[in-house]
Design a protein. Structure first.
Length: 76
């Protein structure tokens, strides 16, 4: 189970899906194609540990399930 992922860890998982960094701000914005659809994903910036609910929201924005994210993170 994914717990205590940092902003950098989440960015790595998104890059494995083909969703790349677009711009900085209060949050980092990532953009790319995943499952044939354009996805825009907002990730809190410079967090050492992202809360579980926020992680679920990030995975939903990316169009993947928590299990897919766990598989990618486990295969790193």
């Amino acid at each position: 189970m994914l717990k205590h992922l940092s902003s950098r860890d989440v960015a790595w998982v998104l890059s494995q899906l083909g969703i790349t960094f677009k711009r900085h701000g209060k949050e980092d914005v990532f953009d790319g194609l995943c499952n044939g659809r354009t996805r825009v994903v907002i990730v809190p910036r410079n967090k050492r540990s992202i809360p579980k609910g926020t992680l679920n929201s990030i995975w939903r924005q990316a169009g993947i399930t928590k299990e897919i994210a766990e598989t990618l993170w486990g295969n790193r």
